[in-house]
Design a protein around this ligand. Structure first.
Ligand SMILES: [Zn+2]
Length: 326
């Protein structure tokens, strides 16, 4: 899932308010080099590299872009990454794409409904084991749009750094919590490539929705991927990211700018999340404002913990927030 964010957009900070003490402006998203160009047909496998094919599911939306991209890694004896949503047409397309091949591994980046549910059909058909960090980790609530898949339990639990070797391919699991607590990315050693799931996407920023989403974890996971050697990232939604280091630096700057916006809202006397969202996301489709509110809450939880915002009690969507020291 993702939170649509505008390309080359000047965001305005909160207007002056009763406690505003200084003036700041931030060009928040202009520096993120989003890419949204993608040629494909639903259900038809595209060969992207010698070892990588992709089949896109017909589940487009404001959180999935064109739909979920299921990756097939290898030739003859293959791994499947994120079988996708439980859609009959998508499962049939995957089975067609895999005809004549053996599926040896079924990998899951994380447990959202647009990523993991279809894996049970491929398991049934192939007998292959499923691999993931673990079942969905979040408490109740906090889900936006696609929601959590609470049924998926991997046959094999992968930890950070675990390596899976197949026929002509090697995938290394990287635990990258933040979007969800159980999110994994997979590095494909043979092609110096990395499957980045929903953690880093080329078309949009991602949703970080508490309680399972965690902004401090997300920022740490971003910094970690920024230091990786891979030259290309393949996200689950949207086109490849071909300069991942620069892209991640822009994502980090974007999140820092969001935090500055929130600080400005607090200084301006806008203390409730819905008021902040209306100001900060004025030019984002209102259908995304609920998800934006979850991201703002994720920032505020992080800010309260690090002392740059204050709140009476445990922060939640209905809390009143103030600048630190108030
Ligand atoms: Zn997701």
């Amino acid at each position: 899932m993702s939170l649509g964010s505008q390309n080359s957009t000047q965001y305005s900070l909160c207007p002056p308010g009763r406690r505003r003490t200084r003036s700041r402006t931030t060009d928040i998203a202009a520096a993120i080099p989003f890419r949204r160009d993608l040629e494909f047909s639903y259900g038809v496998p595209d060969t992207l590299s010698p070892l990588i094919r992709r089949v896109i599911a017909d589940n487009p939306g404001p959180f999935t872009f064109h739909g979920t991209g299921t990756y097939i890694v290898g030739r003859g004896e293959v791994a499947v990454i994120d079988a996708g949503p439980d859609l009959e047409g998508h499962v049939a397309a995957l089975k067609r794409a895999l005809e004549g091949e053996t599926v040896s591994h079924l990998l899951v980046t994380h447990t959202h409904l647009d990523h993991s549910p279809a894996v049970r059909h491929l398991k049934e058909a192939s007998g292959a084991k499923t691999y993931g960090f673990g079942p969905h980790g979040g408490g109740a609530g906090g889900e936006v749009e696609a929601g959590a898949d609470r049924d998926f339990v991997p046959d094999v639990r992968l930890g950070d750094g675990d390596v899976i070797e197949g026929a002509g391919w090697t995938l290394e699991a990287l635990h990258t919590p933040g979007h969800t607590s159980n999110h994994l990315c997979f590095a494909l050693h043979e092609e110096n490539a990395l499957f980045s799931g929903d953690h880093v996407m080329g078309w949009s920023t991602t949703v970080v929705s508490p309680p399972d989403g965690n902004m401090a974890d997300y920022m740490a996971s971003l910094a970690r991927l920024g230091g990786r050697p891979e030259s290309v990232f393949w996200p689950t939604h949207g086109p490849a990211i071909e300069a991942p280091g620069e892209f991640i630096a822009a994502l980090i700057a974007h999140r820092e700018a969001r935090e500055a916006q929130i600080s400005a809202c607090l200084e301006g006397g806008f203390t409730r999340i819905p008021d902040m969202v209306r100001r900060m996301y004025a030019d984002v489709d209102p259908v995304l404002h609920g998800a934006a509110g979850r991201s703002v809450l994720a920032h505020l939880i992080h800010m309260v913990r690090t002392g740059s915002a204050a709140c009476a009690g445990e922060p939640d969507g209905a809390s009143e927030f103030t600048p630190p020291g108030n």
